[in-house]
Design a protein around this ligand. Structure first.
Ligand SMILES: C[S@@+](CC[C@H](N)C(=O)[O-])C[C@H]1O[C@@H](n2cnc3c(N)ncnc32)[C@H](O)[C@@H]1O
Length: 217
């Protein structure tokens, strides 16, 4: 089965590591592809719900890699072992991704690939608490929806509020899709300003527009 652009982008960052844990694996397409491509030597596919666990189990059984990918029913990072050096957490809301990172230790993990579907600021907010910092950030466009991808590794970096909201590397590189995302939100808010009567809400909208304009500087 072909990987989506979003999952292929996560996959690329697993290359060269030894043991992958895919948290919230669902169909297990990502760990199967990582083994198939020779990016990692072994993998654990983890999901906390029985339905996705069963789908992952069947897909792995039908792949040629049953002996190299273990499927586990478990919550977040609780079942990773000391040999796991790379983790992917993708396709969930930022709040859930942040909670998963806070709830259990990353043990010996040298790289985590995070792809929150929303609220990526909540993920950046907790990075110093878990002792990881951002080494790369990209915005993926899939079927006209923009997704954040954040790659973290062990280390401490203090971020400003603006960097936590928009991403330090996004702010520096100002990629095409980053600019599109910001400009689209500014346009939407400016249209909204025309419709809402002057109130506390307009103050909040204007403050957000100023923040967005700051991000484009
Ligand atoms: C929308 S799917 C994303 C699947 C895949 N990672 C992707 O990016 O396409 C989210 C999956 O995460 C699982 N999940 C949610 N919370 C979890 C947790 N705390 N621990 C493990 N799996 C979780 C869900 O059961 C679901 O299968």
């Amino acid at each position: 089965m072909a990987l989506s652009k979003r999952l292929s982008s996560c996959l690329k960052y697993t290359q060269g590591f030894t043991r992958l844990a895919d948290i919230g694996t669902d169909h297990a397409l990502l760990p199967i592809a990582a083994i198939e491509q020779g990016y990692v030597l072994s993998a654990i596919a983890i999901d906390n719900k029985i339905g996705p666990f069963g789908i992952a189990y069947n897909n792995i059984k039908n792949s040629k890699f049953e002996n190299r990918i273990k499927v586990l029913l478990g919550d977040g990072l609780e079942k990773i072992d000391d040999d796991v050096d790379v983790v992917v957490i993708s396709g969930m809301g930022g709040n859930l991704v942040a909670n998963i990172l806070l709830e259990h230790s990353l043990r010996n993990v040298k790289r985590v690939i995070l792809q929150p579907n929303s609220d990526s600021d909540l993920v950046r907010e907790i990075l110093s608490d878990i002792g990881y910092y951002i080494v790369d950030e990209i915005i993926i466009n899939e079927k006209n929806k923009l997704y954040d991808l954040i790659v973290i590794e062990p280390g401490i970096m203090e971020y400003t509020n603006l960097q936590k909201i928009f991403g330090p590397i996004n702010l520096k590189e100002k990629s095409h899709f980053f600019v599109i995302r910001i400009e689209t939100e500014i346009k939407r808010l400016e249209e909204l300003l025309q419709q809402v009567p002057s109130s506390e809400r307009t103050i909040a909208i204007k403050a957000r527009i100023m923040l967005l304009e700051e991000a484009l500087k």
